[in-house]
Design a protein around this ligand. Structure first.
Ligand code: R5P
Length: 310
C-alpha cells in the first residue's frame, strides 16, 4: 500500500499514515512560477495499491488540480489501483441545476476525477448521498457517527438531549444519530431567500429546557447554524451545541460563531483548521484519521466497509 498526500491537509494525511503504521510516500507536489501544479512521485509505485489523500477544500480549485495531477502521475507510474481519498468533497452543494443555464458542478468534478484515472473514491459525509451516483466507479461514503456519537453520549449523559437538524435536508442524518442514543429530534424549517443568506422560520419539535445538539455536514458562513441557535433559544432550549463534519468556515464565520448562541462547535478534521479555529475557545476538533485509516485498510484487504458502522 502507498499513501500519497497532497498539500490540502497534511496533518490529517500524516495521522492516517500513523494509524496505518505506513509512512507517507515521498512526493513533490508544488507550483511552477506561473502557479501551474506539478506532481512527482519520488518512489516506485508500479503494481502498488495507492491512496491519494486530498480534500478539495479552500482553495478548492488548486486542491482539485493537485488531486487530478497526482492521480495522473500515479497512473502513468503504473500503479495497480488508485483510490482518491477525499475527506471533504468540494463543489458538492452544486449538485443540481438551480436555474436555467446553471451547471451541475458536482457532476463535472466527478467526471474530472474519473477521467484522471481513479479506480475508486473514499469520501466522508457527502452533502447529498446521491453524489455517489455521479461516479460510475465504486464510492465509499463514510458517516461521522462513530466519531461524534460516543463523545456526545458520554458528555451529555445526564441531560435531556434533542438532536437538531438545522434544515430539512439534514433530517436523515439527525434522525440516524438520535436513534443511536434514543434522543428526541427537532428540525428547523429554514427558508433561504437568496444564496448565502439563511433565514430561520420555525422549530419543528420540542426543545423546551433541553440541551440541543445541532448536527450538519458543512458549516460555511455559519449563518445557518447561528440563526438556528437563535430560534432554538427563542423556543426555550437550555443550551445549544453543534457538531459539524466539514468546517469550511469562510469569511468571518469563526468570529460570527464565537459570538453566537452556540456554546461550543465541534468539527472534524476533514479540512485543516485555520489558526483562528485552533485558538478559539468555541471550537473543538475531533479527528477522523482512525476511521479513514481503517477504511483504507479494509479497501486494501478487500474487506467490508459497512461493517465499520454496525
Ligand atoms: C446546506 O444544505 C448545508 O447542509 C449547510 O447547512 C450549509 O452549507 C451551511 O452553510 P452556511 O454555514 O453558510 O449557512
Amino acid at each position: 500500500m502507498k499513501l500519497i498526500s497532497g498539500n490540502a491537509n497534511r496533518p490529517l494525511a500524516q495521522a492516517i499514515a500513523d494509524y496505518l503504521k505506513t509512512p507517507l510516500t515521498e512526493a513533490s507536489i508544488h507550483r511552477f512560477a506561473d502557479m501551474e501544479v506539478f506532481a512527482e512521485i519520488l518512489e516506485n509505485v508500479r503494481g502498488e495499491d495507492t491512496f491519494v489523500i486530498q480534500p478539495t477544500s479552500y482553495p478548492a480549485n488548486d486542491n482539485l488540480m493537485e488531486l487530478l495531477i497526482t492521480i495522473d502521475a500515479l497512473r502513468r507510474g503504473s500503479a495497480r489501483r488508485i483510490t482518491a481519498v477525499i475527506p471533504y468533497f468540494g463543489y458538492a452543494r452544486q449538485d443540481r441545476k438551480t436555474g436555467g443555464r446553471t451547471p451541475i458542478s458536482a457532476k463535472l468534478v466527478a467526471n474530472l476525477i474519473t477521467a484522471a484515472g481513479v479506480d475508486r473514491v473514499l469520501t466522508m459525509e457527502l452533502h447529498a448521498g446521491q453524489i455517489q451516483g455521479f461516479f460510475d466507479i465504486p464510492v465509499d461514503n463514510l458517516v461521522i457517527s462513530p466519531v461524534f456519537m460516543p463523545e456526545i453520549q458520554k458528555r451529555f449523559e445526564s441531560e435531556k438531549l434533542v438532536m437538531v437538524s438545522p434544515d430539512v435536508g439534514g433530517a436523515v442524518r439527525a434522525r440516524a444519530m438520535a436513534k443511536r442514543i434514543e434522543a428526541d429530534i427537532a428540525i428547523i424549517d429554514k427558508r433561504r431567500e437568496k444564496a448565502g443568506v439563511s433565514e430561520v422560520m420555525h422549530v419543528i419539535g420540542d426543545v423546551q429546557d433541553k440541551v440541543c445538539i445541532m448536527v450538519d455536514d458543512i458549516v460555511d458562513s455559519g449563518g445557518t447554524l447561528c440563526n438556528a441557535a437563535v430560534a432554538l433559544k427563542a423556543n426555550g432550549a437550555k443550551s445549544v451545541h453543534s457538531y459539524v463534519v466539514h468546517g469550511v468556515l469562510s469569511g468571518g464565520a469563526v468570529a460570527r460563531i464565537s459570538s453566537s448562541e452556540i456554546e461550543e462547535m465541534v468539527i472534524a478534521d476533514t479540512i485543516e483548521a485555520t489558526e483562528a479555529v485552533r485558538t478559539s475557545s468555541t471550537f473543538k476538533q475531533m479527528t477522523v484519521a482512525p476511521l479513514i485509516g481503517e477504511a483504507i485498510k479494509r479497501i486494501s484487504e478487500e474487506k467490508s466497509i459497512s461493517a465499520l458502522f454496525k
